[in-house]
Design a protein around this ligand. Structure first.
Ligand code: NAD
Length: 474
């Protein structure tokens, strides 16, 4: 059986506990085994990154660009095998898995270019004979903590800018997806990354997290609100830069003048694809009275037709839920929605040829904004529908949340679209599109409880992964 280990000071090793790396599509055949890192290995990985930092941060940006570019090519060339591994561990369909791998390749390629585009400013001083230069330098050793739902794209969009700008990094991926993270790290090493520049530690966040957070110079985290807030507080107490991307409860507003077919496609994709396990999932469908019944009828029909099954089966459209804990959580939220007065369509356990965590997509109708299903993130193939009287009420309901990651509207009115873009309290706004599905070269992030710190991705990534120096030269 394949054993996944960390990469500590250039050596693949894991001296901690062993645990199975489960396949949510087939619980009888694990993907492999994880050999967890020990606290001493976390310390060693960070120490090796510190030792590698002076040389790596002074390497020509062309060298760093070349390594990232080679890694981008390798990831793309191996997208089928990597997608297979990713979908086996995480459960999204093979097409989604391969698509995510291709996205990771694009991210690596984009940041290969960014390594060469790090600009500064030259300004006149107020003092004669003095020049002022504003430059950006790498921070040092960054700790990167990632969730399970995008096992290669999220590590790539943290690692690529970290390395492009001359930082060293230690990655701690989610415990459910060690293999995909190890494969990405292996490719970066194969592409020419010197030993120590990048470390990988595997294991439970509750065990390794504090040791990593306390040892590095900055932390970039993606995951749940509770973990993110705890990490942000720990970093703030130590005066350490931190960036957190956390949960969502993203509204998709559908108003009377919407193109019904487009709205159904946006909701179906946004709510249920990738088994709804996306921070940007369209989990609250807020629909005005004139289109509500037609929309619910068409969406339920399309949702019920989605084929749920093993991730690698080419006919599967919705893969399994990632693990037993998340499945129990999804079902508990559906039960609670029913107890609070919602009507649940779908949301049933599905038997397949293999033993897995299969759940049919669920739509909870007749809900009110105060119900738990409209307040808390479920993170499964579950969406709720809130009926509202008009656009103004829809906007108010859309913004009535502690989250603010993504928000969408389906409308054929330019005026309504423009008003929503301006007034939605979210970091990303979509018009006639699902709330999920973003480009790799532009900023990603949210407002309110969804995000903390500078944006990720695109040219904006430099704001987190570099520090500014102002030099006065007399
Ligand atoms: P999680 O918070 O349980 O875990 C995320 C990571 O943090 C894992 O690697 C975990 O091991 C680690 N961790 C756990 N406890 C820790 C601690 N005390 N110290 C340090 N690290 C610790 O989240 P998850 O269940 O893996 O992912 C699901 C969540 O991620 C959802 O809430 C989802 O919305 C969010 N998410 C957000 C985005 C975004 O960009 N906003 C993207 C994807 C997922």
């Amino acid at each position: 059986m394949t054993v996944f280990t960390g990469l500590i000071a250039g050596e693949w090793l894991g001296s901690g506990d062993r645990s199975p790396d489960e396949n949510p599509s087939d619980l009888d055949v694990p993907v492999g085994e994880t050999a967890a890192s020990t606290l001493a290995e976390v310390a060693d990985a960070v120490a090796a990154a510190r030792a590698a930092f002076p040389a790596w941060s002074r390497r020509s940006p062309m060298d760093r660009a070349d390594i990232l570019d080679r890694a981008a090519n390798l990831v793309f060339e191996r997208r089928e095998a990597l997608g297979h591994l990713l979908s086996s561990e995480e459960g999204k369909t093979l097409a989604e898995g391969i698509g995510e791998v291709a996205r990771a390749s694009q991210v690596l390629r984009f940041f290969a270019g960014e390594a060469l585009r790090l600009t500064g400013e030259a300004q006149a001083s107020t003092r004669p004979g003095v020049d002022v230069q504003v430059t950006r330098e790498p921070i040092g050793v960054v700790g990167l903590i990632t969730p399970w739902n995008f096992p290669i794209a999220i590590p790539a969009w943290k690692l690529a800018p970290a390395l492009a700008f001359g930082n060293c990094a230690v990655l701690k991926p989610a415990e459910l997806v060690p293999g995909t993270a190890a494969a990405l790290v292996g490719i970066l090493v194969e592409a020419g990354l010197p030993a120590g520049v990048l470390g990988l530690v595997l294991g439970r966040g509750a065990v390794l997290g504090d040791a990593l957070v306390d040892a590095v110079d900055a932390v970039s985290f993606t995951g749940s609100v509770a973990t993110g807030r705890a990490i942000a507080a720990r970093c703030a107490a130590a005066g350490r830069p931190v960036q957190c991307e956390m949960g969502g409860k993203n509204p998709l507003v559908v108003v009377d003048d919407a193109d019904l077919d487009k709205a159904v496609v946006a909701a179906l994709n946004g709510a249920f694809f990738s088994t709804g396990q996306r921070c940007t999932a369209s989990s609250r469908l807020i629909v005005t009275g004139g289109i509500h019944d037609r929309f619910v009828a068409a969406l339920s029909k399309a949702m019920t037709a989605l084929r749920v099954g093993p991730a690698l089966d080419p006919t599967t459209e919705i893969g399994p839920v990632v693990d037993g804990r998340q499945l129990a959580k999804d079902i508990e939220y559906l039960d609670r929605a029913a107890r609070e007065g919602g009507r649940v369509i779908g949301g049933e356990r599905i038997e397949a040829a293999t033993r897995g965590h299969f759940l049919s997509p669920a739509l909870v109708v007749d809900t009110t904004p105060a119900m738990t299903i409209n307040r808390e993130e479920v993170f499964g193939p579950v969406a709720s529908v809130v009926r509202v009287s008009d656009y103004d009420e829809a906007l108010a309901v859309a913004n009535d949340t502690e989250f603010g990651l993504s928000a969408g509207i389906c409308t054929t009115s330019l005026a309504t679209a423009r008003h929503f873009v301006r007034n939605a309290e979210a970091g990303m706004v979509m018009v006639n599109l699902p709330t999920a599905g973003v480009d790799p070269h532009v900023p990603f992030g949210g407002r309110k409880g969804s995000s903390f710190g500078p944006r990720e991705q695109g040219a904006y990534a430099r704001h987190f992964y570099t520090v500014v120096k102002t030099a006065y030269i007399g």
